[in-house]
Design a protein around this ligand. Structure first.
Ligand code: BGC
Length: 563
């Protein structure tokens, strides 16, 4: 039998795919226990293929006490029984590949659940070989420069363990003990974990919390050289044993601290761009895209065959960590009006409620995400504009059951409402009666159909959209972000009006004239070209993707350097 995986593994597939993030427990429940599961994801692959998704990222599916949505792993070599079996994962991967969809897992390597047998052994016995797998202290005062990330729930990175009779180190919650990467057995074991799931056909991993693996006194305990060394080793292993698989880094750091994770092509193929995301929302609130242009210009091109990964929302809060204090205050002022919106200095809100259910802005932001020079990551449910529940604890409010229909449990499960993994969205504007896959499918003008169109047009122009080439253009006097994505057979000019008023924009497209521009999205936009300058009128929060034939002697005017 031909292996359906192999044909998908060649080339730089990750540069053209649209990614879709799935918290498995919240997506679709196939067995009526009220909890989403792996067969539930398999059952919805046709929906994803239809939407134009090229790869899914599954949130952790391992056995876990679920004190941090599965990021507290209690066994790295198994699947949580509520989510299915390894056979179910194999089937999911096979069915996904059959549809041309790749599957990424979540590699949680910085810490384990305190329920994990490794930690249980370590705490009970000072002479256990597992003792050195964790970081212990008699005082809990070391590594004081390591900032506390979950500052609303944790006062310190050290917690007292009465069984161990010592403090243990945790960069996240006190139920997630950090592993000690100075212990060779830890490094070897975690490489084996990576191997294990790739052996089940995964196409790669989104790697959780990568900067924090190694701690050194006197430093901020992040992004140290040993961290990079470990990921180079991991990447070499993948290239050797599972060629074509990819690693995506979750490194919520500044641009200069993030770039080294590409490791000149020897670490991660993709790195999440954390600084851009809150700036997109700020710029939209200000109705002025200049800060976005600025961040994009400051973004070094991803080296070689690598790619930035962009996102609007994910399963965490909108983090303001990469903003200045003033900017963060402004972000909260624009979007943090709900009394329970703010968490750890960020916002636990979904895209649609943040943008007040305004489909024009949701669609424009989605089109922007899809146009950026890097891989776009969509968050489940944002394509239908579903809402959230800020009243729920922690970040649970952005992880409510996917709204498949306006029927009971939003079509998520056959279990009664009170047995669902989380309560449904109740706010009428964002709940299942207003926003659901069934309700929006085939309905002209629905957000889902508009998103489908965006993905279809983008996928059809994968050559331009997957190229790392990018050039930001000036738009004097207009609140419009403009940039070019050059392709060998067609260039695409992307234009986004950040203002709530009509914008007349003129952009000078350098080095090539454009005799026959095409409105790729067919949005009825009148385009005028005079002396190499393109003019058009954009509606409030309107946008356009304009296709141009490159002039035959195009000298490659758009450089790799976005500056
Ligand atoms: C994940 C969070 C998680 C944390 C600890 C992150 O960065 O995205 O959801 O709580 O890592 O694993």
């Amino acid at each position: 039998m031909t292996d359906p995986i192999q044909p998908l593994r060649n080339g730089n597939w990750f540069r053209s795919a649209v990614f879709y993030e799935i918290p498995v427990r919240s997506f679709f429940d196939s067995n009526g226990d009220g909890i989403g599961d792996l067969p539930g994801v398999t059952a919805k692959l046709d929906y994803l293929a239809d939407l134009g998704v090229g790869a899914v990222w599954l949130l952790p599916y391992y056995p876990s006490p679920w004190r941090d949505e599965g990021y507290d792993v209690a066994d790295h070599y198994a699947i949580h029984p509520q989510l299915g079996t390894i056979g179910d994962l194999d089937r999911l991967v096979e069915e996904a590949h059959r549809r041309g969809i790749r599957v990424l897992g979540d590699y949680v390597m910085n810490h384990v659940s305190t329920d994990h047998p490794w930690f249980q052994e370590a705490r009970r016995d000072r002479s256990s070989p597992f003792r050195s797998w964790f970081l212990w202290s008699d005082t809990g005062t070391e590594f004081s420069r390591a900032r506390v990330i979950f500052r609303d729930s944790e006062g310190s990175n050290w917690s007292w363990d009465p069984v161990a009779g010592q403090y243990f180190f945790h960069r996240f919650t006190a139920t997630q003990a950090d592993l000690n990467y100075d212990t060779p057995a830890v490094r070897a074991e975690m490489l084996n974990v990576a191997r294990f799931w790739l052996g089940h056909g995964l196409d790669g991993y989104r790697c959780d919390a990568v900067p924090y693996l190694v701690k050194r006194e006197g430093t901020r305990c992040q992004s140290l050289p040993e961290v990079h060394r470990y990921f180079r080793e991991l990447r070499a292993l993948l290239d050797r044993e599972f060629p074509g698989t990819v690693l995506v880094a979750e490194a919520n750091q500044s641009i200069p601290e993030t770039v080294p994770y590409f490791g000149d092509g020897r670490e991660f193929q993709m790195v999440m761009h954390f600084p851009l995301m809150p700036n997109l929302f700020l710029a939209l609130g200000e109705e002025d895209p200049r800060r976005v242009r600025h961040v994009l210009r400051a973004t070094l091109p991803a080296p070689g065959a690598t790619s930035w990964a962009y996102f609007l929302r994910n399963h965490d809060e909108v983090t303001g960590e990469q903003l200045s204090d003033d900017e963060r205050e402004m972000l909260l002022w624009f979007y943090g009006r709900h009394p329970r919106a703010v968490l750890n200095g960020g916002l636990r809100r979904r895209l649609a409620p943040m943008l007040d259910g305004d489909d024009r802005r949701i669609e424009m932001m989605t089109a922007l995400l899809l146009g950026l020079p890097g891989a776009p990551f969509l968050y489940y449910g944002d394509e239908i504009g579903m809402g959230d529940r800020p009243d729920l604890p922690d970040r649970d409010g952005v992880r409510t059951p996917m709204q498949w229909s306006d029927g009971p449990t939003a079509g998520f499960s056959t279990a009664p409402d009170d047995r669902l993994v989380r309560p449904l969205v109740t706010e009428p504007r964002f709940g299942p009666a207003a926003r659901s896959v069934e309700g929006e499918t085939g309905r002209p003008g629905s957000l889902l159909e508009r998103c489908r169109t965006l993905l279809r047009v983008r996928n059809a122009r994968a050559e331009a959209f997957s190229s790392p080439l990018f050039e930001a253009l000036e738009t004097p006097g207009a609140p419009v972000l403009a940039f070019v994505r050059p392709g060998a057979s067609e260039h695409v000019l992307c234009l986004y009006n950040f203002a709530s008023t009509v914008a007349d924009v003129q952009v000078r497209v350098p080095a090539w004239s454009a005799p026959n521009p095409t409105d790729l999205l067919d949005r009825g936009i009148a385009l005028h070209v005079v002396d190499g300058a393109l003019g058009c009128r954009l509606d409030p929060f309107g946008f356009a993707w304009v296709g141009f034939p490159p002039v035959p002697t195009d000298p490659g005017a758009a450089t790799r350097d976005p500056g």
